[in-house]
Design a protein around this ligand. Structure first.
Ligand code: ADP
Ligand code: MN
Length: 175
């Protein structure tokens, strides 16, 4: 199928763990009726991994298996993909790449509440300080596709979901 022949757009919501990807994606899916795909859950449910990474305390995801699993849905369009990485998905899949960003001290509190401690906590805070996901998104997708959105407060989520919903409604399939 040719590039962008889909009738509905695909959106990638990325960012450091705790920046609000799942909360934002869930709410955006409700507002737009697009399909929310939480990659972490998909990997667990379908075993798309190569075991457990003790250092980073997470599954070692098998990127090829994940991409194979999603190809048909992405071709169809209408997906919100939720993941803390973005460089292994095909560039052609996404019409918008949203990078959520959170103030360090706010993120610190959120991740502590989530039970993160030690290097798992500090690695994620560093990831946010150095804007790792924004850089990764800029390297992997065209400039006009990537958008960074602040996600410090519940009002930010409301505003982000509203503006993304407007974007979805005005999106046109490529001729
Ligand atoms: P992620 O999927 O990026 O790891 P979540 O959506 O699971 O993040 O959010 C982590 C926690 O932080 C949840 O308890 C959520 O309610 C809270 N949270 C996320 N974003 C915001 C925000 N913009 N304002 C207030 N709380 C938030
Ligand atoms: Mn999440």
């Amino acid at each position: 199928m040719a590039q962008n022949s889909r009738k509905k757009p695909n959106i990638l919501v990325t960012g450091t763990p705790g920046t609000g990807k799942t909360t934002t994606s869930f709410s955006l899916a409700e507002a737009t009726q697009l399909r929310h795909i939480n990659i972490g859950e998909l990997v667990r449910e379908k075993n798309l991994h190569d075991g457990w990474d003790d250092q980073f305390d997470c599954h070692i995801i098998n990127e090829d298996l994940v991409c194979d699993e999603l190809e048909d849905l992405m071709e169809e369009g209408g997906n919100i993909v939720d993941y803390h990485g973005c460089d292994f998905f095909p560039e052609r899949w996404f019409d918008r790449v949203v990078v959520l960003q959170t103030d360090n001290s706010v993120l610190y509190d959120r991740l502590s509440t989530r039970g993160y401690t030690g290097s798992k906590l500090s690695n994620n805070i560093e990831c946010e300080i150095f804007q790792v996901l924004l850089e990764e998104a800029k390297e992997s997708y065209p400039e006009d596709v990537v958008v960074a959105l602040k996600s410090d407060t519940v009002d930010d989520i409301t505003r982000n979901v509203a503006s993304l919903t407007d974007w979805v409604r005005s999106w046109q399939p490529k001729a």
